[in-house]
Each structure stands twice: as C-alpha cells, then as structure tokens.
Design a protein around this ligand. Structure first.
Ligand code: BGC
Length: 447
C-alpha cells in the first residue's frame, strides 16, 4: 500500500543559481569572483541544468516523481533594471512545457537567494524600492508564463536574513569573549616580562588570526565599495534589520497581489526555513522566543496565502544560554548538523497548530524542502523514509499536507561551500556533466 493518496505531490527541488550555471548578472556571481570572497569556489557552469533540463526532468518522471520545484532567475529575466530578456522567458517556457509533457507539476519559485546585481547596487533587501521592483518582475513572469503555472513560491526562506543575523550575533559574542581572553592573557604576560608590545596577538596562542581577520574585513569592505558601491551590500542573505525583515514580507504581499491581477487562480505562498526547536531544561523561555522569531511573527503576512512552504532539515536544541551543540555520539550530516528526520513531523504539527490559532485550519502545507547532505546514499534513503513516515502520520491526523519536495534533485552548488556538499538524488560528474541516479531517486519515486 502506498503512503500517500493519488495526487499527493512527491518531487524534488533545485534553485536556478545552484544548478543552471553562468548566472552572470546576479549578485552571487559578482561575490564569487571577488578577490576577498567568502566562497570556496565559484559556481561557473554549475551542473549545466540550463542546457540539460530535459534529461533531468525525464529522469525524475521515469523514477516516478510527479512534481518539480525550481526557480526562475530574476537576474536572467531582468539583467538590467527595467529591461526584460525575452529569450530567457522562452527558455523557462520550454522548461515548464517539459515538466507538463513528463507528467510533472511545476512549482515555481520566483526568488531563491540570488538577485540581479543592479538590485543590490540600489540598496538591495533593505531598500523600499525593492518591494515594487520584485512585484513588477513577478507580474511580468506571470503575464508571459502564467498559462503553464499553478503553484508559485514567491520567496524562498523569507526568514533567512533574521537567521543570519542571529548567527552573526552569536559569532560576534564568541569573538568578543575570545578577544577579552586574549587581551587578559597578553596583559598578564606583559606585566610579567615588562614588555611594551602593542600587538594583540602577541605570543598568546588561542587559535585566532585576529590581525589577518581584521585586515581581511577591511579589504572586503573596500572591495564591496568597488563592486556594489557600498561597504556592506544588502543581499538576500545578509543579516536583516527588523525593518528589512518586514520589507521582505511586504515584497511577498505585493508580488502576490500583482500576480493575482494577471491570474487570480494561481496558488501562491512563500517558504520559511524552520528548525524543530526543542527546549532542554532551563531553555523553555529562549526556545519560545526563537520560535516566535522564526515563525509566529510572520503569521499576519502569510495567513491569507493559498499554501505555506515549509522547509526543515534538522532540530535545534535550546538551553538557557541558547543553541546547544549536537548531542554527543549523534550522527551528523556533511553540513555538521544532526541527522534527525523526525524534525519534519514535529515542525509540520507546530506550524499547523499556529495556522489553526490564526483561523486557517485549512492552510495547505507543502514541504518545499527537506533533505540531507551525505556521501552514503543508504542514509539518504533512511532519512527520506523516516521523514515521509512523519508526513503520512500528520496527514492521517487530518493536517492538510499537499506535497513533499526533497532537497535536492542533484548534487549542486551549495553556496559558499561550493560543490563539496552532496544533497542530490542524482550524482553529477562535473567534468563530463554525466548524470547517475542514486538509489534514493527510485526510493522517493516509489513512495
Ligand atoms: C536552501 C537551499 C540550500 C539548502 C541546503 C536551503 O536553506 O533553500 O538553497 O541549498 O538549504 O543547505
């Protein structure tokens, strides 16, 4: 007996920049090619999905998947502000048609982390004008391609900026603590030796290249000025201010309204990155606050949507002092977070509860991403099995889950980490761009 009813969407997800290759008008392309870049390697040809999408979609269909979540690249459609590229529209028309011909329901994301470089030059995701610019681009795409579209995710992981801000703050606190420790050590060494040395690193070895870090930061800021015209460009995944966080929500709402003007029957939602936040003793208050920040405070902006895109990878254990390390002995993925597929069910239940409280007991939930980076495909199969069991249990309890998209269809460009992380159901040899299905692709298809 199969786990899900006919019509339940089972598929895989990708994002344009991570798979297509040569996204030359984007902010990421610019950042990847900077001298003081944070990227391990540039995306270059990626996995050439731009030219090989037919083969990739056919592989999905042959394995038994019935949905494909992918993104349309804003930087391709509008490489220069106000100038749309019709050849790129023609390209995405072919991709959408290919999905339809293969019995695959396309789920189209309008923004998945990358933006046109001009948008960032103009102030990026903290600038008021971005709301309108995004809505205009979305409207244009629906005018051109709406006949082939049904599900639209406006913005991928709209809460990413706040998550990045939280990580940056944690990192800063750790750095400050280490600096204080280093200064105290140096002071006591200076007192002992009567030294007048002004060098903070001194001879105290505590694993930080403080001087070169500061130097690098200065160089990066100067290079940012050259490339983007500002020392701190506001890309989508820059640490967000509170106003910027809400601006992203307003961009979602404006885009939704603009697309509905063209095609009212489109089903539109956004996606959020959600951890299964679990409090350990003493961490209850901090954990509750984290959840409000990660999810609840967005409810007013998304509760009228047509569906909710839920993305989850693992759990996060919270003690009185915040996030705790992965439990001793736990299995970790290539990304260094815990292998914990149970998280998905927990998060679906929690989100559903929140929608119920907001008067939207009927809110359809689509798992728009869930996955694992591992070189051992049997662990991927185990992960998918457990995670989808959780989805099935939620459905049995009446929670309206409408689909499950595994991240990712193919091994691809994992942002700053480059090609080292293997999330894919399909392996790609980047020398030849040859595709090899992993057993997990068939496993997912058989569900
Ligand atoms: C993003 C993907 C990313 C994946 C794995 C999600 O946060 O939407 O672009 O590759 O996680 O890290």
């Amino acid at each position: 007996m199969s786990k899900f009813e006919q019509g339940f969407l089972i598929g895989a997800a990708t994002a344009a920049h991570q798979v297509e290759g040569n996204n030359i008008h984007s902010d990421y392309w610019a950042m990847e090619h900077m001298k003081y870049t944070n990227f391990n390697e540039p995306s270059l040809d990626a996995v050439d999905h731009y030219n090989r999408y037919e083969e990739d979609i056919r592989m999905m269909s042959e394995a038994g998947l019935n949905a494909y979540r992918f993104s349309i690249e804003w930087a391709r459609i509008e490489p220069v502000e106000g100038q749309y590229d019709e050849t790129e529209i023609a390209h995405y028309r072919k991709v959408l048609e290919c999905c339809r011909e293969n019995g695959i329901e396309p789920i189209v994301t309008m923004h998945h982390f990358t933006s046109p470089k001009w948008l960032i030059d103009n102030g990026g995701w903290e600038a008021e004008a971005t709301v309108d610019a995004f809505a205009k681009y979305c409207k244009y795409v629906v005018e051109q391609l709406g006949d082939l579209m049904h599900y639209v995710v406006t913005i991928n992981e709209a809460n990413m900026g706040l998550q990045v801000k939280a990580i940056a703050e944690r990192y800063k606190r750790q750095m400050m603590a280490k600096m204080q420790q280093m200064m105290a050590m140096q002071a006591s060494m200076n007192a002992g030796a009567g030294s007048q040395s002004g060098n903070m690193e001194g001879t105290a070895q505590i694993g930080m290249n403080f001087n070169s870090m500061m130097e690098n930061m200065k160089n990066q800021q100067a290079e940012n000025e050259d490339v983007f015209g500002v020392a701190e460009p506001q890309t989508f995944v820059s640490a967000r201010t509170e106003a910027g966080d809400i601006l992203v929500m307003r961009a979602h709402q404006a885009a939704k309204a603009a697309m509905k003007e063209v095609k009212p029957e489109l089903l539109i939602g956004l996606s959020l990155s959600l951890h299964d936040i679990q409090a350990v003793e003493g961490g209850e208050e901090v954990a509750a606050k984290e959840w409000v920040e990660e999810f609840t405070h967005y409810l007013p902006y998304i509760k009228e949507d047509d569906f909710f895109g839920l993305q989850n990878y693992t759990r996060s254990l919270i003690g009185a002092d915040g996030i705790m390390p992965v439990p001793e002995g736990a299995e970790v993925t290539q990304m260094d977070y815990e292998f914990y597929p149970e998280a998905l069910e927990h998060v679906i239940r929690r989100a559903d509860e929140e929608f119920k409280n907001a008067g939207r007991a009927d809110m359809p939930i689509m798992v728009t991403e869930n996955g694992i980076a591992t070189s051992d495909d049997s662990r991927r199969v185990a992960f998918i099995e457990k995670a989808t069991d959780g989805v099935a249990t939620c459905k049995k309890d009446g929670i309206p889950v409408i689909g499950y998209m595994y991240w990712s269809l193919m091994d691809n460009f994992e942002w700053q980490k480059g090609y080292s992380m293997t999330f894919g159901l399909i392996e790609v040899d980047r020398m030849t761009q040859k595709r090899i299905a992993k057993p997990s692709l068939g496993f997912l298809g058989n569900i």
